[in-house]
Design a protein around this ligand. Structure first.
Ligand code: ATP
Length: 629
């Protein structure tokens, strides 16, 4: 019995998703199974065939003992169940070679069938695994950011990995075990009853013992596995957090502290797992003992029967030596499949839980679904209009209230305001990462909710404060989003973003790997790669979340130059931290607690002597802190 999977079922954060799925196994087989019925049929047929063939040698041996190897061999002719007598040679020597041939052919047939079974069931399970994973990822990728804000990456990864893999395990291993149980138990028990129903009853005495023993074992070990699974979860998140925060650990000189925490969590896993292992390793000897008792009882009863030539106790009739040998051999064959029954039930339950999570995620509705009548966004001028926009992330916590502005094409809007005022939120609504609760956001008179997401995001570019780079080359990262761009275009974008020089200085130029999340580049370099990326996309409207991070004066200048190149001739909405961006903006909007409290051009706002004048004073170094108002 294998150790069960290491995913947590308890405290399931996907409770809501799971609850909405009815009969997930029917859906799994109905949707994905149906498409892959050919390898399934081939695999199951071959599996059943292989198991039946494996039962043949003991049967042939039994017949051979009675007809060929005993002292009385002339009195009984060699026969085989289901084989016409006409096929069997008349002479004893012929019969001997015939029986040897049948056994050899059976083994060869069993080997070929096992190979075909392996091919069929693996092909079936792997194809479904692939299709389910890709479909789940596709569905997940379409969800809005609110969903991702609520769920941890590790939790979603566990669906895409553990749950999908668990389905594969069930579809391959589970179906194999099911076919084995069915064929072997039905085949063996049927044949034993056919051979001698009375001795069969004696042999089958072990069946309830195996069933009870297995049931008790599963009952005991299940909670232990649950504990193991949750400690694995804790260990994983500890390691994930530590590796992600390795810089902070080093900078805070917390290596020893973290080493201790990892050691404790790992020790906890060790203890729980060892407890489960101790129980698990008693199961197999216990099963062997039960099988042994069955063997001994069958041997004694059957042996006495043959030995004394009289039916022992209340039993009646005769038993030949050959039937006895077949009996003893076959009686061992159904113990193991029976013991696997508990495992099968367990695998099935796990597969149900996994497919509920997988399908639940697939069915998660996106609140940003695009309507069937969504049209392409056609940008002519690039005018951006917010009309009384109200928005909340959580139902009862309004973040933006009645935000309105009208930004003519080609103009720049600077959003300023204290931290948490809602500046980023305003911009996210233009990209339609979230939908407004009230009011509207329009580009050239088209509501962003009425256009296709694809056309919107193609024409509205976004430079974030912290450029996310994907593992890959610098060139790949610049090309991201404009995948067909030529090498020349990529270099031109690099040059325009003032990034060409440093890229050329890298080991392999544009082919240099940037490492995970671009760790091999500095903050300023990453930003310029991000700007080159957006330059290549050439959007009409640009969202700019300026970085606050301190960079040296030269980098600052370079970034400014690349930004100048970027914002030229585009409509720009910026969260501005650079004095120049704010000062030169056509409109400045001061946001406080989700409301627009001041608006106008730089000089007008300075004159008004409000919050903006204070913010400006602090930034420009004219005053030390914002005075209380
Ligand atoms: N995904 C989210 N779910 C719930 N609340 C959020 C989410 N994102 C932001 N908020 C909240 O919305 C408010 C506005 O956040 P926002 O990021 O728009 O502010 P900001 O003005 O851009 O701040 P900063 O200048 O610090 O970046 C904050 O109170 C924040 O806690």
């Amino acid at each position: 019995m294998t150790e069960y999977d290491t995913n947590t079922d308890e405290d399931d954060v996907f409770e809501t998703q799971r609850a909405r799925v009815d009969d997930p196994m029917r859906r799994l087989f109905g949707t994905y199974g149906r498409e892959n019925w050919k390898p399934l049929t081939v695999g199951l047929t071959a599996s059943i065939f292989a198991h039946i063939l494996a039962l043949v040698p003991p049967v042939v041996l039994g017949s051979a003992i009675d007809a060929l190897f005993g002292a009385t061999r002339t009195s009984q002719s060699f026969t085989l169940p289901l084989v016409p007598n006409a096929w069997i040679p008349n002479s004893s020597t012929g019969q001997f070679w015939f029986s040897a041939g049948v056994i050899a052919v059976t083994f060869a047939g069993s080997a070929v069938s096992t190979w075909i079974k392996g091919w069929g069931l693996n092909e079936f399970a792997q194809s479904i695994q692939h299709q389910v994973r890709v479909d789940t990822y596709g569905a997940m990728q379409r969800l809005d950011l609110g969903f991702f804000a609520d769920k941890q990456t590790g939790e979603l990864m566990s669906i895409l990995n553990n749950d999908v893999n668990r389905l594969e395990q069930f579809l391959n291993g589970g179906l194999f075990v099911a076919s084995m149980i069915l064929t072997t138990v039905v085949g063996v028990v049927g044949f034993l009853v056919y051979l001698n129903w009375q001795l069969a009853l004696v042999t089958l005495v072990t069946v309830p013992v195996v069933a009870v023993f297995t049931h008790k074992f599963v009952q005991r070990i299940q909670p232990m596995y649950s504990e193991v699974r949750s400690t694995v979860g804790r260990l994983n998140s500890r390691l994930e957090n530590n590796l992600g925060g390795i810089e902070v650990i080093k900078a805070s000189n917390a290596e020893e502290y973290e080493f201790g925490r990892v050691t404790d969590t790992s020790q906890e896993y060790y203890d729980k797992n060892w407890k489960a292992i101790k129980t698990r390793i008693t199961f197999f000897p216990g099963l062997r003992l039960t099988a042994g008792i069955g063997f001994v009882v069958t041997y004694i009863v059957g042996g006495l029967w043959v030995f004394t030539n009289t039916a022992p106790g209340p039993l009646t009739g005769t038993l030949s030596a050959g039937a006895f040998v077949t009996f003893v051999f076959l009686s061992q064959r159904f113990i193991w499949p029976l013991a696997q029954f508990g495992e099968l039930i367990n695998m099935y339950q796990q597969a149900v839980a996994s497919s509920e999570r997988v399908f639940g995620l697939m069915d998660e509705p996106s609140t940003l679904a695009q309507g069937d009548d969504a049209e392409e966004l056609v940008v002519s001028e690039g005018r951006v209009t917010y009309d009384d926009v109200t928005f909340a992330y959580e139902a009862d916590e309004t973040i933006l209230r009645d935000v309105s502005f009208d930004l003519p094409g080609g103009d720049t809007l600077a959003l300023v305001g204290p931290t948490g005022a809602g500046k980023s939120t305003v911009l996210k609504l233009l990209l339609r990462l979230y939908d407004v609760d009230d009011g509207s956001v329009e580009v050239d008179g088209q509501d962003v909710r009425d256009v296709t997401l694809d056309s919107l995001r193609r024409q509205v570019g976004y430079v974030s404060q912290d450029t996310y780079l994907f593992a890959g080359t610098v060139g790949d990262n610049i090309r991201y989003g404009a995948f067909d761009a030529s090498d020349e275009d990529v270099v031109a974008a690099g040059k325009a973003a003032q990034a060409h020089e440093f890229i050329e200085d890298l080991k392999d130029g544009y082919e240099t790997e940037v490492g995970e999340r671009g760790v091999k580049l500095s903050g300023g370099q990453k930003q310029r790669v991000g700007i080159a990326r957006v330059l290549l996309q050439d959007p009409d409207v640009l969202i700019l979340d300026e970085a606050t991070s301190d960079v040296d004066t030269e980098t600052e200048m370079r970034i400014q130059e690349s930004l100048d190149e970027l914002v030229a001739d585009r409509t720009v909405l910026a969260i501005a931290h650079r004095l120049s961006t704010v000062k030169d903006a056509d409109q400045i909007l001061v946001l406080e607690d989700g409301r627009v409290t001041e608006r106008g051009a730089h000089d007008e706002l300075l004159e008004a002597d409000g919050v903006y004048a204070d913010l400006w004073g602090v930034q420009a170094g004219q005053i030390d802190s914002i005075p209380a108002r």
